[in-house]
Design a protein around this ligand. Structure first.
Ligand SMILES: NC(=O)c1ccc[n+]([C@@H]2O[C@H](COP(=O)([O-])OP(=O)(O)OC[C@H]3O[C@@H](n4cnc5c(N)ncnc54)[C@H](OP(=O)(O)O)[C@@H]3O)[C@@H](O)[C@H]2O)c1
Length: 341
C-alpha cells in the first residue's frame, strides 16, 4: 500500500525536513503533493527522491484523493486547511499548535503514547518541538517512580521560529562580528550575541504562550492532568537544536545510575556518557534525543536534574510526524475505508 501524501508548508524549515525524513524512512509515498503559499503558478519546486515537484497553492486545492496530509504551514493555515482535508477523508498530522489541546484530537509522541493515534477523528497533533524533546527523556523515568513535578528551562534555536528567523540570525551574526548593531524583525530583539527570555506571546498571567504549551502538552501526553509543571522558554543564538535543563521531583528517591540505565534502554534516546553533556550541535541531524548531566538534585531527597538536547526539526517536528504516519500505515489505518469514525 502506498499513498498520496500532501506536505503542507513544504518549502518551510519543517516541511523541507519532512521531505528528507519521508525519504530516509522509506515511507510509502506513491504521489507527493507539496503545498505552500501563493497560487502555485510561481514555478517553485521542491526536491523529493531526486526529482523536482511543483509546489501548489492551497487556494481551491481539492483534498479528495489525498490519503495523508503532513501540515506545517502555521496555525491559521492548519485551522483552515486541516478540517477541509479531514472532511475529504484525508488523515492530517498537524505540526502547529492549533489542535493540540482539542479534546478530540490525539497529541502523540509514538514512543510514549503511540496507542492514542487510534482515537483520531481525522486530525492528529504533533507536540511542540521542546515538549517532544523534553518528554522523550522524562516519560521513561516513570518506570522508577511517580512523577510529581517537572521544572524546565529551555534553550531554543532560531530554526524553531522558521526559515525567516534563521536568515535573520545569519545576518545578525555577520553584523555582530563586524561590530554593527544587528537588525531584527522576526525576533523582538537582536539574537546574535544575546539570549531572549520570551518566546511567543505574553499571556495575562505572565507566562508566554510557548511556556503554556510545555505545561499543557506535557500533562496531556503523559495523561497526568494534575502534574505540576513550570517552564521558562529562552531563545538562544543556535541554528538547529533545542536543549533544556530539566528538574524532576518523583514520589520516592531515584538514583541517577538507575535513571541512566532506564534511559539507555529507551527507544529514541541516547545517553551521552561524556561529563560535559550533549550540545545542540551534537543533536542536530540526529533522530535520537541526547541526554546527559544526570545527577541528584541535592536540594530535594526525591529530586533529579538532567540536560537534554534534540533536533527540533526532526524529533521536535518532522520525524515525530512521520513516525505517527508510520503507525497508521502499519495498522492499515490510512485510506478512506479504514479511517476512524
Ligand atoms: N521549526 C520548528 O522547529 C517547528 C517545530 C514544531 C512545530 N513547528 C510549527 O510548524 C509550523 C511551520 O514552522 P516552520 O518552522 O517550518 O516555518 P517556516 O520555515 O516559516 O515555513 C512555513 C511554511 O508554511 C508555508 N506557508 C506560509 N503561509 C502559507 C499559506 N498562507 N498557505 C500555505 N502555506 C503557507 C510557507 O510557504 P512559503 O514558502 O510559500 O512562504 C512555508 O512552506 C509552525 O506552526 C511552527 O510552530 C515548527
Amino acid at each position: 500500500m502506498s499513498y498520496k501524501v500532501a506536505v503542507l508548508g513544504a518549502t518551510g524549515m519543517v516541511g523541507q525536513e519532512m521531505l528528507r525524513v519521508l525519504e530516509a524512512q522509506a515511507f510509502p509515498v506513491a504521489t507527493l503533493v507539496p503545498l505552500a503559499s501563493g497560487s502555485g503558478e510561481t514555478g517553485r519546486t521542491v526536491h523529493f527522491r531526486g526529482r523536482p515537484h511543483a509546489v501548489l497553492g492551497t487556494d481551491g486545492f481539492d483534498y479528495r484523493d489525498v490519503d495523508l496530509v503532513l501540515a506545517s504551514a502555521g496555525e491559521e493555515i492548519s485551522a483552515r486547511e486541516a478540517p477541509r482535508a479531514a472532511a475529504a477523508s484525508a488523515i492530517v498530522v498537524d505540526n502547529t499548535a492549533h489542535f493540540r489541546m482539542h479534546a478530540d484530537v490525539p497529541l502523540v509522541i509514538p514512543e510514549i503514547n503511540g496507542h492514542a493515534v487510534r482515537d483520531h477523528h481525522g486530525i492528529i497533533a504533533n507536540p511542540n518541538c521542546s515538549t517532544a524533546i523534553v518528554l522523550m527523556a522524562v516519560a521513561p523515568l516513570r518506570a522508577l517512580g511517580g512523577l510529581a513535578r517537572l521544572v524546565v528551562s529551555t534553550y531554543q534555536s532560531a530554526s524553531g521560529a522558521g526559515k525567516e528567523a534563521v536568515k535573520e540570525l545569519d545576518s545578525q551574526m555577520a553584523a555582530h562580528l563586524e561590530g554593527r548593531t544587528p537588525e531584527h524583525r522576526v525576533f523582538h530583539a537582536p539574537l546574535a550575541g544575546n539570549v531572549l527570555p520570551r518566546i511567543g506571546r505574553l499571556l495575562p498571567d505572565g507566562r508566554t504562550s510557548e511556556e503554556a504549551k510545555m505545561e499543557e502538552e506535557a500533562r496531556k501526553i503523559l495523561a497526568q492532568p494534575e502534574l505540576a509543571v513550570t517552564c521558562t522558554c529562552v531563545r538562544v543564538p543556535v541554528i538547529v537544536g533545542h536543549s533544556a535543563s530539566v528538574n524532576l521531583t518523583f514520589d520516592r528517591a531515584v538514583a541517577p545510575g538507575d535513571v541512566a540505565a532506564v534511559l539507555r534502554e529507551a527507544p529514541g534516546v541516547h545517553v551521552v556518557a561524556e561529563p560535559d553533556g550533549p550540545t545542540p550541535r551534537d543533536a542536530a541531524g540526529s533522530d535520537d534525543v541526547l541526554v546527559g548531566r544526570i545527577r541528584a538534585d541535592r536540594s530535594h531527597p526525591y529530586g533529579l536534574d538532567l540536560w537534554v538536547s534534540g533536533d527540533n526539526l526532526r524529533k521536535g517536528a518532522a520525524l515525530n510526524a512521520v513516525q505517527i504516519a508510520d503507525i497508521l500505515h502499519r495498522e492499515g489505518r490510512i485510506g478512506v475505508s479504514t479511517r476512524s469514525a
